[in-house]
Design a protein around this ligand. Structure first.
Ligand code: GLV
Length: 298
């Protein structure tokens, strides 16, 4: 009977699918001898990990869209298939990015802290002013499914104008998403909100650093629901402190779950704990797809 090692408990539907397919399922411990591993983005799947499982290992099924936690070269060398769970989280992540855009531009978390601290003494014409999104420019970095969906939500729902940057232009996608291309520099210079939707690769690590943050408008906001290390978090702390930009909203961090020194002290940043895909619907679909990916390979 093939054995599947699931590194941590996942929504029951995924486990049920594996059991129904006739596999022995080990959750959290007893990984040795597994033919498949259902991993999470917090697992470091490297040569040492694969050695600890054994040479019968056939597939790593990562319950995530990103694959930056898996050493793809080592997996390839060993003939281990690697799968991920794209598509099923497009809606939830795009919706969370939209929530962060609204949250940061309308100072929602700051207002909540203000009220709870007993500082609200009544309506004031200058209290916690933000910006309106209608007519503003949204710069989408990374023109995949999530970036495209976010562009749709923000253009149709809030009257923003969306531009995108990616390493390659795709005229078909430009048309279906109703979005126009901008060079990376122009996007940074012109956008009122910059939202990141690229995978973490050697070429995207610290894509947003001091130089890029200085190119952004002092009135602009940065939103990251992709991977923390795409932003140089230390440079971002400096930018927020010295107000090179107006604010930021981060769902992901460079050294999760640790934060860069000073980040949590800043008022002009919203921090959420890597929950962009955390809807009941999406997590269930991710678990199911991760299980189906194993069944397909085995
Ligand atoms: C979440 O961050 C994912 O990659 O699924």
């Amino acid at each position: 009977m093939p054995k599947v090692f699931v590194t941590k408990n996942i929504p029951e539907k995924g486990i049920e699918l594996l059991q129904k397919a006739g596999y022995e399922v080990a959750i959290g411990s007893n990984a040795k001898g597994a033919h498949a591993v259902l991993s999470l983005l917090t697992d470091h799947i490297d040569a040492r990990f694969m050695d600890s499982i054994g040479s019968q290992l056939k597939v790593i099924s990562n319950m995530a869209a990103g694959l930056d936690n898996v050493d793809l070269d080592v997996a390839k060398e060993r003939g281990v298939a690697v799968r991920n769970t794209p598509d099923v989280l497009t809606e939830s992540v795009a919706e969370h990015a939209a929530a962060l855009i609204l949250g940061t531009t309308r100072r929602v978390a700051e207002g909540d802290r203000f009220v709870r601290a007993g500082k609200f003494k009544g309506w004031d014409p200058a209290l916690l002013l933000g910006i309106e999104l209608n007519g503003k420019t949204l710069g989408i970095v990374g023109h995949g499914r999530i970036g495209c969906r976010l562009a749709g939500i923000m253009q149709k729902g809030f009257g923003m104008r969306a531009v995108y940057y990616d390493t390659a232009r795709d005229s078909v996608k430009e048309e279906t998403c109703g979005i126009t291309y901008a060079s990376f520099e122009d996007l940074l210079k012109d956008s009122d909100v910059v939202s990141l939707h690229v995978p973490l690769l050697p070429g995207t690590r610290h894509l947003i650093g001091e130089k890029e943050l200085r190119l952004m408008k002092p009135t602009a906001y940065l939103v990251n629901t992709a991977r923390g290390a795409i932003v140089d978090e230390k440079a971002l702390v400096k930018a927020l402190k010295e107000q090179w930009i107006a604010g930021a909203a981060l769902d992901v961090f460079e050294n999760e779950p640790k934060l860069a020194p000073g980040l949590a002290k800043l008022q002009n940043v919203i921090l959420t704990p890597h929950i962009a895909s955390a809807t009941k619907e999406t997590r269930e679909k991710m678990a199911e797809l991760a299980a189906q990916n194993i069944i397909a390979v085995l």
